[in-house]
Each structure stands twice: as structure tokens, then as C-alpha cells.
Ligand binder design. Structure first.
Ligand code: COA
Length: 260
């Protein structure tokens, strides 16, 4: 277990769990979380033993209750633009080469929801609550909320959440397609680990290319997307894991992928 000031990172076999660790502030995102999050992702990216990353919040009540409002005092347009410009925690998650699962255990608000949106899969507990409440502070989402939320759940629903600041429950988030699965709170960790373990057994290079192709779909037109897909598909045929996958199928055994 590596310890930072505001996060923890724990390796559980091929799965790493990054926990935002400020439960007394409902895991609100301060500058320390952003900086440590980027540093931890750099380490995890380079660690070949890690195949899947889970991001969660400490304690039973909250995933992340948004930006640390206490830090808003004294910020300027320049400092705020720097926080979300280019190499942010959220963008580093978005471009992380391995699958990232948000394990959402309670409040998932503002920047917390934006962080979850930067992940590939969102799994939540029945007590999870979601909102983009920035409008109640006289501001707007600045970490991808207007862009990633709209792409994921559509303009009408995104607009309603962003304009109203209303909180929705887990069932509604599931219906909107904001989360992939909802589980009772006491099953959330086990079910998420089960899902992560299944993904961690797949071929790492193919996983990375799948991510890149799917993410490209909402950033390009169909022709560009189809061209990118076939290029990435072709790269799979250069890997040892493709040979292992095909051979294992023909030999009627489970493949052992190496990420090569
Ligand atoms: N920034 C800084 N501190 C926060 C925070 C945030 N986003 N969200 C919660 N906290 C702090 C509270 O100030 C409180 O600290 P204190 O004990 O030192 O007073 C602690 O976390 C517990 O929160 P509290 O408000 O007492 O819990 P609650 O169960 O009554 O309410 C919320 C929970 C999530 C509804 C409420 O905390 C809230 O509205 N938070 C702000 C959410 C938000 O607007 N986020 C987007 C920011 S852009």
C-alpha cells in the first residue's frame, strides 16, 4: 500500500484500488487530491502487474462530494483554468491505458461526478446520489461535466441535471445510463472486484485498444471512427496475446494473456 496525504493506493493482485481519502470532508477534491492522483496514475501506468484500476472514496457515505468548496476562496480565473487545463486528474484518468472503474459509494457530486464520468465503467451502491450542483454556487461544471455527461446520457438529461443542480438516486442514474450497475452497499466492493477480476484476465493490449476505439467514437465522425477501429484491430494481430487467445480456443483451454 502506498500512502499519500489525500489518497491511498492499494494493489490487490492485478487490480489497483485508488481511494480518495478525506472522509471527514466527504472526499471533496482539493488540490492535493488532484496532484497526488496524477502522480499515482503515472506510477500505475508503468506498473505491468496492474491490469485494472478501481477508483473509490473512503467511508460509507460519500464517493466524492465535489470540489473542495473551501478552496474556492481566493481563486482567480487563472488558477481555476490551470486546474482543469490539459493534464488534469480527470483527463489523466480518461487517457489511462488500462480499464478504470468508478466504485461509487454514496454522494457523487460535481467534480466527483465528473471524475466518475472520466472513468470507463461506473458501478454504484443503492445509496449513491448524483448531481452537478455547481449552479447552486453560481458557477458551472469545469471538469468535463457539460461535455462527458452530455455524451453519456444525452443533451436533455444532462441539461436538466446541470441547470437544476438536482440530485438523482441510483435507480434514476441507472435508468439514465449514467451508471452500469447498482448493488446493495454491502455487496458493492465484492461485486466490483468480481467484475474487475474478469476484465483483468483479458489481453491487456487488446483492452487498451478497445478503450481507445470506444472513446474515439464520441470524438469523431463515423468514417474516421471506422478507420481508426480497423487500424487498432490490425494491431491486435501483431501481439503474442492474439496467438495465445486463438490457440487456447482451439485447444479448448483458458488463455493466459501476458500483455505482449
Ligand atoms: N467541499 C468542502 N467541504 C465539503 C464538501 C465540499 N464539496 N462537501 C462536504 N464537505 C464537508 C462539510 O463542510 C462538512 O465539514 P465540517 O464537518 O468540517 O463542517 C463535512 O464535509 C460533512 O458534510 P455535511 O454537509 O455536514 O454532510 P451532510 O450529510 O449534511 O450533507 C452534502 C452532505 C453532500 C449534501 C453536503 O455536504 C453538500 O451539499 N456538499 C457540497 C456539495 C457540492 O456542492 N459540491 C460541488 C462543489 S462545485
Amino acid at each position: 500500500m502506498s500512502n499519500y496525504e489525500s489518497i491511498t493506493v492499494e494493489n490487490r493482485g492485478s487490480i489497483a484500488v485508488l481511494t480518495i481519502n478525506r472522509p471527514d470532508k466527504l472526499n471533496a477534491l482539493n488540490r492535493s487530491v488532484h496532484a497526488e492522483g496524477v502522480a499515482a496514475l503515472d506510477d500505475l501506468r508503468a506498473d505491468d502487474s496492474v491490469r485494472v484500476l478501481i477508483i473509490t472514496g473512503a467511508g460509507p457515505k460519500s464517493f466524492i462530494a465535489g470540489a473542495d468548496i473551501g478552496e474556492f476562496e481566493g481563486q482567480t480565473p487563472v488558477t481555476q483554468r490551470d486546474l482543469f487545463h490539459e493534464r488534469t486528474f480527470f483527463n489523466t484518468i480518461d487517457t489511462f491505458p488500462k480499464p478504470v472503474i468508478a466504485m461509487i459509494n454514496g454522494f457523487c457530486l460535481g467534480g466527483g461526478n465528473e471524475l466518475a464520468l472520466a472513468c470507463d465503467i461506473r458501478i454504484c451502491s443503492e445509496n449513491a446520489r448524483f448531481s452537478q450542483p455547481e449552479i447552486n454556487l453560481g458557477i458551472m461544471p469545469g471538469g468535463g461535466g457539460t461535455q462527458r455527461l452530455t455524451r453519456l446520457i444525452g443533451e436533455g438529461r444532462a441539461m436538466e441535471l446541470i441547470l437544476s443542480g438536482d440530485m438523482i438516486d441510483a435507480e434514476t442514474a441507472h435508468r439514465f445510463g449514467l451508471v452500469n450497475h447498482v448493488f446493495p452497499a454491502d455487496e458493492l466492493e465484492a461485486k466490483t472486484m468480481e467484475f474487475a477480476t474478469k476484465i483483468a484476465e483479458k489481453a491487456p493490449i487488446a483492452l487498451q485498444l478497445c478503450k481507445e476505439a470506444v472513446k474515439f467514437a464520441s470524438r469523431s465522425n463515423l468514417d474516421e471512427g471506422l478507420r481508426r477501429e480497423v487500424d487498432l484491430f490490425a494491431i491486435c494481430f501483431s501481439t503474442e496475446d492474439k496467438q495465445e487467445g486463438v490457440t487456447a480456443f482451439l485447444e479448448k483451454r483458458k488463455p493466459a494473456f501476458k500483455g505482449k
